[in-house]
Ligand binder design. Sequence first.
Ligand SMILES: NC(=O)c1ccc[n+]([C@@H]2O[C@H](COP(=O)([O-])OP(=O)(O)OC[C@H]3O[C@@H](n4cnc5c(N)ncnc54)[C@H](O)[C@@H]3O)[C@@H](O)[C@H]2O)c1
Length: 351
Amino acid sequence: MKILVTGGAGFIGSALVRHLVADTEHQVVNVDLLTYAGNPDSLAGVEQSGRYRFEQADIRDGDTMHRLFAECRPDAVIHLAAESHVDRSIDGPDDFVQTNLVGTYQLLEAARAWCNAGAPADFRFVHVSTDEVYGDLADGEALFREDTAYAPSSPYAATKAGSDHLVRAWGRTFGLPVLVTNCSNNYGPCQFPEKLVPHMILNALRGKPLPVYGDGQQVRDWLYVEDHARALLRVLKAGEPGQTYNIGGWNEARNLDVVHGICDLLEERQGDRPAGVKRYRDLVTFVEDRPGHDVRYAIDAGKIHRELGWKPREDFPSGLRKTVAWYLDNRDWWQRVLDGRYRLERLGAAS
Ligand SMILES: NC(=O)c1ccc[n+]([C@@H]2O[C@H](COP(=O)([O-])OP(=O)(O)OC[C@H]3O[C@@H](n4cnc5c(N)ncnc54)[C@H](O)[C@@H]3O)[C@@H](O)[C@H]2O)c1
């Protein structure tokens, strides 16, 4: 299959691209604007492959999307490009509306034109979304299912919810063979350090405070990113157009427990301890809660298991251990992010 992946230089997209290129059946065209969140360093292992091609392009640019479909003639699209960080959506929602809504619309239109111009009969459009579209769950309340009503809380979640609706409407109205996935919190290698897990690991390694929102009792379901990549390929190959699949790790954990778990794993690596830090847990600092912060997300991933045979391989302890080890063993990757070299070199500003 020739698969057009959008957002393939981001955290989940790069894990997906690495997974697809490792599977010699596939060719990948990675369409990514390379915003602050896009990092070609995460694709170092695949860039030389003859089955991989990179296109720096903006999904909001309809003409370019039409041209890329006509040139690449994809068998499938897996759409991940998005603005993805909730805090940024509170500080400035505009990019979220433009990329997540308008960008998805432009991509759908380009895919629709391609379907009318000779796409293969089994063409598929997989839209990658989040469990945050379902809003807040009370403790003990039933898990999010595919038929749970949408109730997004943050601007990020609202724009993802809107993009899901656009995708389903293009399926229903225009017959585009769309599939929607809604996934829980991902963690793993190559995640931009603004997100909880890498932010805490890297702050701890530098002896900085570990800022926990509110009382840290918010619950999230956690999925190892490589399990998500496998799930997306499974949905593409075996999912039924028009269907939605929830993807989750069956790993509910409170934010404070996640942070403590990271601290405890770091305690095992005495050689990495920064001067002056006796116990990593002492670095935890409670900060003012995020506005509109949802208390609990928890996903029922039963449908994708029953119907497509997918289930996660990692549980949270094993995945978190791998993740902490990856950041300890790949300091160059995150140093280049923290000091900006990953972007400066691309912009030609570095020596
Ligand atoms: N991270 C999670 O825990 C999680 C969970 C569920 C769903 N998702 C969804 O998965 C997708 C990927 O998430 P992520 O965490 O990898 O995000 P990310 O922020 O790490 O990566 C996003 C990528 O999209 C690219 N991009 C942004 N705007 C673009 C535009 N206008 N045109 C082309 N490319 C653009 C960026 O350069 C970047 O490479 C998103 O759609 C997100 O909503 C994420």
